[in-house]
Write a protein that binds this ligand. Structure first.
Ligand code: ATP
Ligand code: MG
Length: 334
């Protein structure tokens, strides 16, 4: 039976990259009638330092962003990870299945640990095993993510296969990464070779879902670009990462293909294209930020949604964790 699981870290305010690469597609999967489980992965967020008050606010704000983007708590399970302890428990078991050599190949750790990896937390290193637990504890079969998470979903498949092999069972299904659309890797507005990220120190590098219309327009106007006009064909974007990024963003926001966008704007300069993109971004994002502000006015409603979601998630995860322990030989007597 198909089951979707995905998560977002409440490690900052959510960005246009999170919206196009994740949130918008989360709502689409739900609307296709598939069982959908979405998680604010606060245990992942603390792999780098989080101020406790900021983490609390960011978690509620991220929940508001999910709901404002069309994730309906009546049709999807929406909760924060730390309220369902099976995630952390299965992660420990999977830490003992995953191999150091596999972890050493993970590019996200290298990117986030930076030059001084000795100073990174042990949690940041083990992050992919926790992510595998998030997915496998629901026997999820589909994981909608951005391009940057493909390697972690593939590792999850390897961990599932090794568990099944070691214990001679057919227990964990191999989840498929779903990486679809034209915005699977939205790039920084300042550097077309870097992913847009909520944790980038430069606020100008990203559009936040809470940015107002003027801020969005200003950030797009100031986005780094080359001076040439937009090409008429996709091939013309090949060595122009910044131009390609803005065209892809336009396409994803407008539900068009990049070729259709170039059909409209090919031959025109950024002086024309950037204001059009800014208008489109404001048109699509302002209803979301308005709804987020409304929801944030009373966090008790959000907390209630997360608590109820956690109960539903726990009801699925707990028996799968119990079966896992049983397979591994843990005595279960209570
Ligand atoms: P951080 O910098 O803290 O890692 P992030 O912006 O990368 O934050 P995550 O919480 O790590 O966000 O990722 C949540 C989801 O959003 C994942 O599915 C990820 O692939 C997707 N995502 C993140 N950034 C982008 C992006 N620039 N383009 C498309 N999808 C993205
Ligand atoms: Mg990330």
């Amino acid at each position: 039976k198909p089951r979707v699981f995905s998560g977002i870290q409440p490690s900052g305010g959510l960005t246009l990259g999170n919206y196009l690469g994740a949130l918008k597609r989360f709502a689409q999967k739900q609307d296709e009638g598939i069982e959908t489980i979405y998680c604010l992965v606060d245990l992942h967020a603390i792999t780098v330092w989080q101020d406790p008050e900021a983490l609390r606010r960011q978690t509620r704000e991220a929940a508001a962003a999910f709901i404002a983007s069309g994730v309906d708590p009546a049709r999807s399970i929406l909760f924060n990870q730390s309220q369902v302890s099976a995630h952390a428990e299965l992660a420990w078991a999977l830490n003992c299945v995953a191999r150091l050599g596999w972890m050493n190949r993970m590019t996200q750790f290298k990117d986030k640990a930076g030059k001084n990896a000795e100073k990174a937390s042990l949690g940041l290193y083990a992050y992919p095993a926790l992510m595998a637990a998030d997915i496998l504890v629901y026997h999820a079969t589909m994981v909608p993510v951005g391009e940057d998470q493909k390697q972690h979903v593939e590792l999850t498949r390897d961990i599932a296969a090794k568990f099944n092999h070691d214990f001679k069972v057919d227990f964990f299904p191999a989840p498929e990464p779903l990486i679809e659309g034209t915005a699977t890797r939205v790039m920084s507005l300042r550097d077309g070779t870097k992913k847009m990220s909520k944790s980038d120190p430069s606020d100008a590098s990203r559009i936040n879902l809470t940015d107002d219309a003027d801020t969005i327009a200003k950030k797009i106007r100031k986005a780094t670009t080359d001076p040439a006009e937009l090409p008429g064909e996709i091939e013309g974007l090949k060595d122009r990462p910044e131009a390609r990024n803005l065209v892809n963003i336009y396409a994803a926001l407008a539900d068009m293909t990049p070729a259709q966008v170039l059909g409209e704007y090919g031959g025109k300069g950024f002086g024309t294209f950037k204001p059009a993109l800014a208008d489109l971004a404001v048109e699509k994002l302002s209803p979301i930020s308005t709804e987020m502000a409304r929801l944030m006015a009373d966090p008790t409603e959000i907390d209630q949604i997360l608590g109820q979601g956690a109960d539903k998630a726990d009801a699925i995860a707990r028996p799968i964790l119990a079966q896992t322990y049983d397979i591994m030989g843990m005595v279960r007597s209570r």
